[in-house]
Design a protein around this ligand. Structure first.
Ligand code: BF8
Length: 653
């Protein structure tokens, strides 16, 4: 990775990597060069769950291990490399599931505060989605007010976190066959917190030491994320702040403005971002910015908070995960306001080279050297004003080393929620997935791929996402995206209808007819729950099997980095989806565990994991899998739907 071009395909980022070097600013790409990954930890062969270790049990390289040698490959307590690999894997899933679900819990708290009228700063925006959710939960509607209904919705969903028995309510949204599989395997989550706690208990020294049993809990804990915490977050965020609909915006560091106060909101939970989006437009705040010599206020997003306010308001995105420091390197960011998750501690150090203020806002996520201004849900707008004022006051402190790569920004269309796809395909009065299913059946669309997840400094920034997605659409695979992956392809120009020119003939004709890009932005990482709902809607519409595992569909996280990505992957696999991860794979130190994940899970769940870092090979694996599923469905030859006329019917009779 010594060559600059090996660090990123994004020209904005490359320019800023140069600038950082000139300014003497140490950033993630420098640290990745200085710090090589530990090969033993990377393959899941290091156990640090007790103080007799850490014990290292790496797979011998370059020779076949004898059974005798394998027997000796154990920790001090006698733990086998299977147990160690499975335990490490489950702990990562638990951390990822906890992160998404604690986000979900905070969303329910904010939702209840609005529903109970404790805050006047927000109202519940999507009445239709509220009522639909109330019906799903069996809540009486009658002539009750929306707020009364919402309080009951919020209380029922809050109870999902602490539930001890039964199973999560949203599991009922899955295809029946999928629910039966979960019941048969005993992996239907009971309560969200319970599954995370149990995962941590089982992986404590001397508890669960059967890798099969540990990995079953991996599914239960991950399903509590996908069909629990994340799904609750998505649904309630939509009701509070609006269900996304198509919206135009721009992305990359070029959205920053030289003559305005630039404030970047970075993290995951949308309430603060929503409040900032409101106060940044207030005439008094703009006047105040002008009094400090700026021409206005420019709000931009970073990471998944960016996706949230992009999807609902069209707020531009400054960049994805590996741009959080390079945004600061422009020297033009007055404040970076952060909440939780995916915030590199390095931003505080990077900010010392410039004038940027790093403002932490959540009691769960403080950083030494940052300014802490706690966000208050109840007085959300006042909180946001304080942060914005701090940014404005910082405008006159800009140093001389300001440079924004102005040319580097791309147009994009986002806002493809499940509801929007339903509407776009079927229309308001007959909203349906039928046209999508028909186009899959007739072969114009070969299949679906969910391409999601992070950036990772161990691979060229954005390259795997973009190369993979171009390969997929060229082969008529419609791509659904979330997270930082969505930002990578948006920057590369794949999220505009004109990107149809990169598609195969079939997908191009569908995109041109419906007027959609071939790569659809479905939101943040908790919004992977939208992909579960969309996949279920495709199953329920008929003609493509009776479970998610029957669909010609696959998932990929080409540049994954976070534990949340592993939780997402595990709930996709446990929901029946063939799921490929790039970069590296955290159980390669043990063959049995890896075989279970890559092969054994297919027999149990109909979905399985795979590992492949090369984007062209990833695309081939996705396409081969889609073709295998098409064949199983009898769709291996493209077929036009035959519409019977009267004489044909008579012949049939
Ligand atoms: O939740 S894709 S780097 S920002 S973990 Fe983080 Fe990964 Fe980005 Fe969003 Ni998701």
């Amino acid at each position: 990775m010594a060559e600059k071009e090996a660090k990123s395909i994004d020209k904005a980022n490359l320019e800023m990597i140069d600038k950082a070097a000139k300014d003497g600013c140490n950033i993630v790409f420098d640290r990745a060069e200085a710090m090589k990954p530990c090969p033993i930890g990377q393959e899941g062969s290091c156990c640090s769950v007790c103080a007799m270790g850490p014990c290292r049990v790496p797979l011998p390289k370059g020779k076949e291990e004898t059974p005798e040698e394998k027997k000796k490959r154990r920790g001090v307590c006698g733990a086998t490399s299977e147990t160690i690999a499975a335990r490490n894997f489950l702990r990562k899933i638990a951390a990822g599931s906890a992160a998404h679900s604690d986000h979900g819990r905070r969303v329910v708290e904010a939702f209840l505060a609005i529903a109970k009228g404790e805050t006047k700063d927000f109202v519940l925006k999507d009445e239709q989605k509220l009522l639909q959710l109330a019906l799903d939960l069996g809540i009486e509607i009658g002539d009750r007010s929306n707020n009364e209904i919402a309080v009951e919705v919020g209380e029922i969903l809050m109870a999902e976190f602490g539930k001890q028995e039964g199973e999560l309510l949203f599991l009922k949204r899955a295809p029946l066959k999928r629910q039966e599989i979960w019941h048969k395997l005993g992996v239907a989550p009971r309560g969200i917190d319970r599954e995370v706690v149990e995962a941590m208990h089982r992986t404590h020294m001397g508890v669960d030491q059967d890798y099969n049993n540990l990995l079953l809990q991996g599914s239960r804990c991950a399903l509590a994320d996908g069909w629990g915490g994340s799904m609750i977050a998505t649904d309630l965020q939509d009701i509070m702040f609006g269900t996304p609909a198509p919206v135009a915006s721009q992305i990359n560091l070029g959205v920053l403005k030289e003559d305005e106060v630039n404030i970047i909101i970075h993290g995951h939970e949308p309430h603060l971002a929503e409040a900032l989006a409101v106060v940044c437009q207030e005439p008094e705040m703009i006047k105040y910015a002008k009094s400090k010599g700026a021409n206005g206020i420019n709000l931009a997003g970073m990471c998944c908070t960016a996706n949230e306010i992009l999807m609902r308001h069209g707020v531009p995105i400054a960049g994805n995960y590996l741009q959080q420091e390079t945004a600061i390197v422009t020297g033009a960011v007055e404040a970076m306001v952060v909440d939780v998750q995916c915030i590199m501690q390095g931003i505080v150090e990077a900010a010392t080279c410039y004038h940027t203020k790093i403002i932490t806002t959540d009691p769960r996520a403080k950083i030494q050297g940052a300014t802490h201004l706690e966000f208050d849900d109840i007085h959300a707008l006042d909180s946001a004003r304080k942060m914005l004022k701090m940014a404005i006051d910082n405008f006159p402190n800009r140093k001389k080393n300001v440079y924004i790569p102005k040319e580097q920004k791309a147009d994009m269309i986002a806002g493809f929620s499940h509801e929007t796809i339903n509407y776009l395909l079927g229309g308001l009065y007959r909203a349906s997935y039928r046209p999508l299913n028909d186009n899959i059946i007739n072969g114009r669309i070969r299949g679906l791929a969910g391409v999601v997840g992070c950036n990772n400094a161990r691979v060229t920034h954005d390259e795997v996402h973009v190369t993979l997605c171009k390969e997929l659409i060229k082969n008529d695979v419609l791509v659904l995206q979330t997270g930082c992956s969505a930002m990578a392809t948006a920057k590369a120009g794949l999220m505009v209808p004109e990107a149809a020119k990169y598609c195969g003939d079939g997908l191009r004709s569908v995109c041109e007819t419906v007027g959609i890009p071939p790569v659809l932005h479905m939101g943040s990482c908790v919004d992977n729950s939208r992909i579960l709902i969309a996949a279920t809607a495709v199953v329920k519409d008929g003609g493509l099997g009776d479970d998610i595992s029957d669909l010609p569909a696959a998932g990929v996280a080409p540049e994954w980095m976070s534990e949340k990505a592993l939780s997402i992957g595990q709930y996709f696999v446990s929901s029946g989806v063939y799921t490929i991860f790039g970069v590296n794979w955290p159980t390669l130190g043990n063959k049995e565990v890896t075989d279970f994940l890559f092969k054994g899970m297919e027999g149990l769940y109909g979905g399985m994991w795979d590992f492949e870092p090369d984007p062209y090979k990833q695309a081939k694996l996705v396409i081969d899998h889609i073709d295998k599923k098409r064949k199983a469905l009898g769709l291996d030859k493209a077929r036009e739907r035959v519409l019977y006329d009267m004489s044909m019917r008579q012949q049939l009779d």
